[in-house]
Design a protein around this ligand. Sequence first.
Ligand SMILES: [Fe+2]
Length: 255
Amino acid sequence: MIEVIPLKAFTDNYIWALVSKKSVYVVDPGDPNPVISFLEENDLNLKGILITHHHFDHTGGIKTLVDKFNIPVFGPSGSKIEGISNELKENDSIRIFEQTFKIFEVPGHTLDHIAYYSEDSQKLLFCGDTLFSGGCGRLFEGTPLQMYESLAKLKNLSPDTLVYCTHEYTESNLNFAVVVNNKNEFLKNYHSEVQSKRKNDEITLPSSIGKELKINPFLRLNDENIISNASNFSSSILTKEVDTLKAVREWKDNF
Ligand SMILES: [Fe+2]
């Protein structure tokens, strides 16, 4: 059994710690200090690092942690990230404790972005800045089509897969989602739930694929209400899902 624990970093990042007995792997340690404090406070041993993409708020802790603990660093192949010891590409798999994690290449937010997925006894997805609860990453490097195809890989996973994204963006994503999908009653109720949680500074993650299919406009591109609102926004008749994604992404970027 892997216990997954959030370590807060910067203003709204989560470094996910995968813990089994006294051993730990961390995902996207942008800052080494929350990791080191967590290890010391709980008397745990760091066994490795998983990286999803090259942005500094996901990679900034690699050097300090490797220098201190001499551990392997898994990450995307062909990336400019310094310190990756085990390069991963689509369909590769790695063993973390007793679970196998499959690698998906999910370009869009960045071109090097990968996600880690396990469907063994626990169904877990570490998706970095590709899929957020109620949203998706900004298209800094990739095209709408690349993001569409990346999200398509994730939305087809088992609905009970737990989704561990790297940022606490849920409330701001849902503030937008309730406008673009204003006829979605389930979403409205969930938005209120998230607002109360955030008032108390509670975490809104992990989400699940099943929940995201109900609330996330970027996974609901065949919803007539979203197509109609996005068509109005872009002053065009949107007939393809990828064009709806492009319009919704541009709308969110300026929301
Ligand atoms: Fe990022």
